[in-house]
Write a protein that binds this ligand. Sequence first.
Ligand code: DQA
Length: 152
Amino acid sequence: MSLNLFCLNGPNLNLLGEREPEIYGKDSLKDIEKIASKKAQELGAKLTFRQSNHEGELIDWIQEARISASALILNAAAYTHTSIAIHDALKTLEIPIIELHLSNPHSRESFRAKSYIAPVADGVIAGLGSAGYSLSVEAAVSLVNKWKKTHG
Ligand code: DQA
């Protein structure tokens, strides 16, 4: 199994299932991890799935992904809208990056319209709830395979 996908989750996503379920759904992050890992396995990939409430820890993991991942799926949660440090860390990566959100930030408060991730992401999946995680695993595998074809 040569594909190692990283899926990193930002602040408050550890509370999924309890936190504003009308917006984020009833699945816990553990439920989501199980489903997304199964999808990765079906596609011949391994999923490294983590969550942190701390910006610096997320940046350390992004730097780890730079060395050991084939693609990065990132739900940076509220840091999406604030973190130039995460933006800068993502800029050092040469692997495909997918920005992911459970909700559609563009249909919510205006402060969620700004994303520091989007300018450095290959694609964005948002507004599809927990299904977005499996979809982003599929998209990541497809982007890696496309990259391999063009780069040999
Ligand atoms: C989120 C959207 C963000 O605006 C918010 O701060 C989150 C979760 C989502 O998955 O919908 O914490 O990233």
